[in-house]
Design a protein around this ligand. Structure first.
Ligand code: GTP
Length: 592
C-alpha cells in the first residue's frame, strides 16, 4: 500500500462518549466488518477477549496515561469525540493535551446528537473555547444511528497527513501496545516507521537488547490477518518469541539485528506509582498465592513485584501499580480468577530521600523510612511526588470541590469557565492525596458530575513523617504509614479510634483477640511519630467474672481464682502476647 493512501488515527473521548460505537460504524463504512451482522462493538469485544487490564487501558484511564500517549505516538491524527449531552469532561481535556503535544492533527466531532438532552451549540462552544479548534464545519453525528458518520472519513483523509516513513531505510518499528495470549504468547502492536518487517526476520529491542524472531505478522482487520510483512507507514501485529508481557516495553523501538537505528524519543520504562503490601489472609495459602501472582504478572508488564516480610502479617509481596485503579483490578483478578483472599496494606507512593552527598533513594514502604538519627546526619530533605489535577464540574459543586482539594493539600493553579455552567480547575497536589479515595470523594461531593484526571509533575520537598501504630507499646509494621506532618494528628486520632471502635461499625471491627475470648487485660492503642505519641485509645480489660460461680462461703477458693486471674494478666502483659488475627487487619485496612 503506498504510504499516501494510509491514515493512522485514533479516537479520544471520555468514558462512554461513544468511541467503540463510532469505531464500529467506521469499520462498517470501510467494509472491514459487515453491518448486517450483529457486530455491535467489535472493538470492545476484542479488547474484552484479551485481558481485563487492556479494556481499562483502552478506556484511557488516567493510570495509563503513558500508554495512551504511546498509542497516540503511533498515529498522525486523532478524532476528538465529545458527547453532546455531557459536554467536555476532564479525560477529554487531558487526552487532548497529550495529542496536541505530539503535534497530531485533531478533528473534533460531536456525538450523540440524537439524544433529547443534546446541546450541540454549548458543546461546540466548549470545544472552540477550550481547545481553540476550528469548529465551523464540525461533524455533528450519532454514532448510534449512523447520522453524519460518513462525513468523518473524508475529513480524516483531508486533514490528517499520511505517514512519511521510507521503505528503503533500515527498519525502525515502534511498539505501542501488547497483550498476552495463552496460545501464542505475547502479541505486540507495532507501527513501522521506516523499512520493512517480515516473518522470519531477526529483530532487537533497543531498550533491552533482547533478540527475537518474527513468527507471525499481519494487520488487525479487525482480527489478526497474517500478511507476512508490514512496511513503513503500516500498523499491525507482530508475534515473536516473547514469553512474558514484561518483555514488551511500551514505547520501545525494534530494529534488524545487523542495522541498529536510533530509538524513537519518548520511551519511559513502566513506572509504578502506587505500592502496597499484599498478604494472604490464611498464611497457609502463601505458595498458592505466589503462583497466582506470578501468573497474573506474566500478562501485566506494568506491575513490579518484590517479596516482603511483615512481623504482623507474615510473608507477602510489595507490589507496585500504575495507580489505584490498576491496584483494584489486580486485587479483583486475584480474588475472582485465582480465588485468593488477600490483605492489601495502605498504599504508599514512592517518596524520595535526598542525601547530603547528593545521592537519592526512593522509598516504597514505610519500613524503609529513615530513622531519626539518619535524618539529622545524612539526609538533606525528603520529597514527595506531585501531580497536576484537572477537575471539570458544574458550577454549583465548585465550592465543595475546592474544599476537598484544599483539604488534600492542593494548590489552585487555574480556574476558568468552560461555558456559563461548567468550571475547569487545575491544582497541583501530592499524588499521595489522590491515591486515598480522592476520586470517590469527588464523585460523592458532585453527585457524580465532576470528572478528573491528573498528570505527573515531578517531586517536591515535603515535611513527611512515618506514623507508627503501637499496640501495647509494640509497633505493628503492617499498619505504619507515611504522612505529611500536618495530617498526623487528625489521622493519628482517627486511626486509634477506629482500631478501638468495634461498636459503631456493623462488623465486629477490630476485635483484639486472645485466643477466642475478649482480652482479659487492658489493650492500649497508640499512634506515634518517633517517640511522640499522637493519640491513645484504651480498650479496658474485660474482668471476666471468674468468681460468679462460687457461692459465698469458700473465701480461699475465691482468693485463689482472683490471684490466678491477676497472674494471667501479668503474664500476658509481660509477653505482650496479643494475637491479632489476620482478619482484623483485613477489616481495618479494607474499610479505611
Ligand atoms: P468506553 O469504552 O467505556 O470508554 O466507552 P466508549 O467511549 O467506547 O463508548 P461506547 O461506544 O461504548 O458507548 C457508550 C454508550 O453510549 C453505549 O450505550 C452506546 O450505545 C451509547 N452511544 C454511543 N453513541 C451514541 C449516539 O450517537 N447516540 C446515543 N443515543 N447513544 C450512543
Amino acid at each position: 500500500i503506498p504510504a499516501e493512501n494510509i491514515r493512522n488515527f485514533s479516537i479520544i473521548a471520555h468514558v462512554d462518549h461513544g468511541k467503540s460505537t463510532l469505531a464500529d460504524r467506521l469499520l462498517e463504512l470501510t467494509g472491514t466488518i459487515n453491518s448486517h451482522h450483529s457486530h455491535s462493538q467489535v472493538l470492545d469485544k476484542l479488547t474484552v477477549e484479551r485481558e481485563r487490564g487492556i479494556t481499562i487501558k483502552a478506556q484511557g484511564h488516567v493510570d495509563f496515561n503513558y500508554e495512551v500517549s504511546r498509542s497516540l505516538a503511533a498515529c498522525q491524527g486523532t478524532i476528538l469525540l465529545v458527547d453532546a449531552a455531557q459536554g467536555l469532561q476532564a479525560q477529554t481535556v487531558a487526552n487532548f493535551w497529550l495529542a496536541y503535544n505530539q503535534e497530531l492533527s485533531i478533528i473534533p466531532v460531536v456525538n450523540k446528537v440524537d439524544l433529547p438532552a443534546a446541546d450541540v451549540e454549548r458543546v461546540t462552544k466548549q470545544i472552540q473555547s477550550t481547545f481553540e479548534l476550528d469548529t465551523t464545519n464540525i461533524a455533528l453525528i450519532s454514532a448510534k444511528t449512523g447520522l453524519n458518520v460518513d462525513k468523518i472519513l473524508p475529513n480524516v483523509i483531508e486533514k490528517i497527513p499520511h505517514p512519511t516513513g521510507d521503505v528503503n531505510e533500515s527498519l525502525k518499528a515502534f511498539l505501542f501496545d501488547s497483550w498476552y495470549d495463552t496460545y501464542v504468547g505475547v502479541v505486540c502492536l507495532m507501527a513501522i516507521v521506516n523499512g520493512k518487517l517480515q516473518k522470519g526476520d531477526k529483530i532487537v529491542s533497543a531498550h533491552s537488547g533482547n533478540k527475537y524472531e518474527v513468527a507471525d505478522i499481519g494487520i488487525m482487520h479487525p482480527e489478526q490477518v497474517p500478511t507476512g510483512y508490514l512496511h513503513a507507514g503500516q500498523v499491525g501485529y507482530v508475534i515473536c518469541n516473547m514469553k512474558a508481557a514484561a518483555e514488551a516495553h511500551i514505547g520501545d523501538t525494534f530494529y534488524h539485528i545487523k542495522s541498529p537505528v536510533d530509538p524513537l524519543p519518548g520511551f519511559e520504562p513502566a513506572k509504578p506509582m502506587v505500592f502496597a503490601g499484599i498478604f494472604p489472609i490464611d498464611t497457609n495459602e502463601f505458595n498458592k498465592l505466589d503462583e497466582s501472582i506470578a501468573k497474573l504478572t506474566l500478562n501485566d508488564a506494568s506491575v513490579s513485584v518484590q517479596k516482603e516480610t511483615s512481623t504482623a502479617l507474615g510473608q507477602g509481596w510489595r507490589i507496585g501499580f500504575l495507580g489505584t485503579l490498576h491496584m483494584d483490578v489486580f486485587q479483583q483478578r486475584l480474588e475472582e480468577e485465582y480465588d485468593a483472599n488477600v490483605i492489601i496494606t495502605q498504599p504508599t507512593v514512592p517518596y524520595k530521600i535526598i542525601y547530603r552527598d547528593g545521592a537519592s533513594k526512593l522509598i516504597r514502604n514505610p519500613s524503609e523510612f529513615p530513622e531519626s538519627n539518619e535524618m539529622t546526619h545524612k539526609i538533606i530533605e525528603l520529597q514527595e511526588p506531585m501531580v497536576m489535577v484537572t477537575v471539570i464540574a458544574p458550577e454549583e459543586y465548585i465550592g465543595s470541590i475546592m474544599d476537598l482539594c484544599g483539604s488534600r493539600r492542593g494548590e489552585q493553579l487555574e480556574y476558568n469557565y468552560l461555558d456559563e455552567l461548567r468550571v475547569i480547575m487545575r491544582y497541583s497536589m501530592p499524588l499521595a492525596e489522590i491515591v486515598t479515595d480522592f476520586h470517590d470523594d469527588l464523585k460523592s461531593r458532585s453527585s457524580g458530575y465532576a470528572s478528573f484526571d491528573y498528570e505527573d509533575m515531578g517531586y517536591q520537598p515535603s515535611d513527611i513523617v512515618k506514623m507508627n501504630v503501637l499496640i501495647n507499646k509494640k509497633p505493628v509494621d503492617a499498619l505504619a504509614a507515611i504522612l505529611h506532618r500536618s495530617q498526623v494528628s487528625s489521622i493519628g486520632r482517627e486511626w486509634a479510634k477506629k482500631l478501638n471502635n468495634n461498636k459503631t461499625k456493623t462488623k465486629n471491627y477490630f476485635y483484639l483477640k486472645i485466643s477466642s475470648k475478649r482480652q482479659l487485660y487492658e489493650v492500649v492503642i497508640q499512634t506515634a511519630i518517633g517517640g511522640k505519641v499522637v493519640a491513645r485509645e484504651t480498650i479496658p480489660a474485660m474482668r471476666k467474672n471468674v468468681t460468679a460461680k462460687c457461692y459465698g462461703g469458700d473465701v480461699t477458693r475465691k482468693m485463689k481464682l482472683l490471684e490466678k486471674q491477676k497472674e494471667g494478666k501479668k503474664k500476658m502483659k509481660m509477653i505482650g502476647n496479643i494475637e491479632l488475627p489476620q482478619k482484623a487487619f483485613y477489616d481495618f485496612l479494607s474499610k479505611r
